[in-house]
Structures are given as C-alpha cells and as structure tokens.
Design a protein around this ligand. Structure first.
Ligand SMILES: *Cc1c(COP(=O)(O)O)cnc(C)c1O
Length: 397
C-alpha cells in the first residue's frame, strides 16, 4: 500500500464541481489581477480568523516580507524568532534589512520558549537612553519585533509571548503559515484563533498547507486600518492611486485565480482540520508505547490543526528508511535548525547554541497527514512503525 505524505488529488476530486466553477468564473470575467475575487476572499478569510482585515499576497514569504516592512522593520533592527521553522521566517527578516536573532524552543511543543526569549532579552539588550526601545549591547541593533511561529499547526504560547512583546515594546507578528484555524485558550478562557494575537499575522496558502491554493498564495491579517492601508501599498508597487507611487513597493499581489480556488475551499477548512485531529488521535492511540517513539505534544489550551504530524525517536533515520521502503511518504520537518543554515552563517551562531531545537532536528519525523487519510492507511503506517521497533536490536543499559 503506497501512502503519500499528503494527498492533494483526493481533495480536488471531492470538490471538483465547486473548484472548476470558481476557475471558470475568473477566466470568463477576465479579471485576473485584484478585483472582486481577491476582495471577497480577503474579507472571508479575515472573517474566518476573527480579524477585521485581510491583504492578499503572492505567497506566505511575501506576506512576511511585506508585514515586516509595514511594521517599520528595516536596517539596523533586530527581530527575535525561532530556529525551528521553515527558512522563510528568518530569510524575510533579512530581506527586510534586519537581523534575525534566535531563541530556543520548548521541548514539548517545539514552539518558541517564552522563558528563553525573556532570558535572551535580559542578557543581551539594554534600554536606549530615551527609554523607548531596546538596544543590543554588542551589535547596537534596535530590537524591533517578535515573530513566533505556530509550528506544525499548534499556536505558540501567545499569552506569555504577548506580555513579553508589551513589556519590551516589540511589534508582534505571527507566522501563522501552518496554523489556519488553530485555536488557543486565552487567559479569559476564550478560544482565540491564530491571527488574533499579533499586530499582524501572516498565512501561506502553499498547496500543501491546511488551506492550499493551486500555486503560491498568502495573506496578512490585521485589525489595524492604518497597517492595512500601508500593506496594500507594499504589496502593490507602493501605489497610492493609478499613477502615483508613494514608495518603492513590490508586486506581491494575490492572484484572482488562486483567490477563487481558496474561496471554494475555505468553507471546508474546519471539517478538514477536524479530520486531521481525528487522524492524530488514531495515530496517538496506535503508537502508544511503541519503542521510544514520542507523539506530538498537544497542549490542552491549544487546538492543534496538525499541518504536520511529527513524532520523535532516537532511531529517526532507520524508521524513515523503513517507512520509505514500504512506500510510505514520511519526511523531515526540519533536518536543520535555521541558525545552522549556510545562508545564515554570517549571523555567527554555532552548533550547541540551541540544544532543544538541534536535538529535535535529529529526532523528528513527519508521518502521512491529510484530512482524507483513512483508518486502513493509518493502520498500515503504524504497523510498519511497530515492526521496525520490534526488529531493532536490543540496547544494553
Ligand atoms: C510555508 C511557510 C512559509 C512560507 O510560505 P510560502 O507560501 O511557501 O512562501 C513561511 N513560514 C512558515 C512557518 C511556513 O510553513
């Protein structure tokens, strides 16, 4: 039985009529850039997140870049984020002209550890004499923003992270590229959704994300009208009106065809996330007590949407090979933490700087996960996994 890591074909076949109709609508209208479909989708997705405004972008990376620029992040600034994420998170900080500064992640969730962030700020930064911002004592850089990532579909610890952002006067930007619809129980015992915490939140609709387009697409959501206006210009060549460009922005517009496809899919997102949670529960039950395997740590105050179902084991490479040999599409998110990426060698980090993230990158393995995954498929993945551990030579001690 071949089982892919994700199956986009089955989702399309289930929604074929709606999606084909959406595509036809755009092609017949001839409105390919901006216009009705994009505006409707911006409203609908922002509404889904419980946020007032959405600004469509050409990708999640473009959303991060434009978002940082709209928050005023630029040369001479520093931005704290996690080393356990997709490369775009830190690369876009660099593209904005700023310096990514990493803090280690929490062992259970692999999300940014608020305690580590606080420790980093207290040990490396001092208040500028004006008292209005923090300065890195070594680089003289100004600490401008905090960018938590809701890794694998679980909202980061936003309560303590928000209070850190407030206390140290940092802009807060959520990288929600993996967390469409993910929930978090606030201190007031109210369920909030990814996108409702930061000044801005960035989403990706890369095809394999929980809400995926038929190509690249993304969005920034915000409750701030001024930020929305600024973002509109950043993603559309700095354009104020037809012939006036206020500054040198980018062409980061969301494509109307992608917007139409995403509009057809959005009404199904909650049921898909629910199906992912059911699949996760099925894995959890079948993988309990298998070897040294650890299933993902889902927090009770978070509603995980399992963009990735990541287990951990000291025998990761062997298990990956065994799964692949059986035609199972397992993968690694991520084999290398960002502070050790060659592209970031100029930042001066070394192996050992973030031990929790580094260990996780050696142990982590993503099992097949998509809303339409069946019980027999899950049985097969867990059977192959169980057999692998049964045949492992016994360790002494
Ligand atoms: C996918 C992803 C991005 C980038 O999104 P693209 O649409 O591929 O540009 C950024 N951050 C994280 C955490 C992601 O998973």
């Amino acid at each position: 039985m071949r089982i892919p890591l994700i199956d986009l074909q089955v989702q399309y076949l289930n929604l074929r009529t709606e999606i084909d109709e959406a595509i036809r609508r755009v092609v017949q209208s001839g409105q390919f850039i901006l216009g009705e479909e994009v505006e409707r989708f911006e409203e609908e997705f922002a509404g889904y997140c419980g946020v007032r405004f959405g600004v469509g972008t050409s990708s999640g990376s473009a959303a991060l870049h434009a978002g940082l620029l709209a928050l005023g992040v630029g040369p001479g600034d520093e931005v704290i984020t996690t080393p356990m994420t997709y490369f775009a998170t830190s690369a876009e900080v660099s593209h904005a002209g700023a310096r990514p500064v990493f803090a280690d992640v929490a062992r259970d969730t692999l999300n940014l550890d608020p305690g580590r962030v606080e420790e980093l700020i207290e040990s490396r930064y001092s208040w500028h004499e004006s008292g209005s911002y923090l300065v890195n004592r070594r680089t003289r850089g100004r600490l401008k923003a905090l960018v938590p990532v809701h890794l694998f579909g679980q909202v980061a610890e936003m309560e303590p992270l928000t209070s850190i952002a407030n206390r140290y006067r940092l802009a807060l930007l959520e990288d929600a590229a993996q967390a469409h619809g993910a929930g978090y129980l606030s201190g007031d015992k109210e369920w909030l959704r990814a996108g409702q915490f930061g000044q801005l939140a960035c989403f990706s609709f890369y095809p394999s994300k929980n809400l995926g387009a038929f190509g690249d697409a993304g969005m920034i959501v915000t409750n701030d009208l001024l930020l929305r206006e600024r973002l509109r210009r950043w993603v559309n060549q700095g354009r104020r009106d037809r012939y006036v460009h206020e500054f040198e922005g980018y062409n980061y517009r969301l494509d109307a065809l992608q917007a139409a496809v995403l509009r057809a899919k959005l009404p199904h997102l909650d049921e898909w996330n629910e199906a992912r949670r059911r699949a996760a529960a099925a894995y959890e039950e079948r993988l309990k007590g298998v070897g040294d395997l650890r299933t993902p740590g889902a927090r009770p105050d978070a509603q995980h949407v399992y963009h990735v179902y990541a287990v951990r084991t000291a025998h990761r490479d062997g298990l990956l090979a065994a799964l692949q040999e059986s035609g199972i599409g397992a993968a690694i998110h991520y084999p290398m933490p960002l502070h050790l990426q060659p592209a970031h060698s100029g930042l001066g980090y070394r192996g050992g700087d973030f031990p929790v993230a580094e260990t996780a990158c050696r142990e982590i393995l993503s099992l097949p996960m998509f809303p339409e995954i069946t019980e027999p498929q899950i049985d097969h993945v867990t059977e192959v996994t169980r057999k692998f551990f049964d045949h492992l030579p016994m360790h002494v001690g």
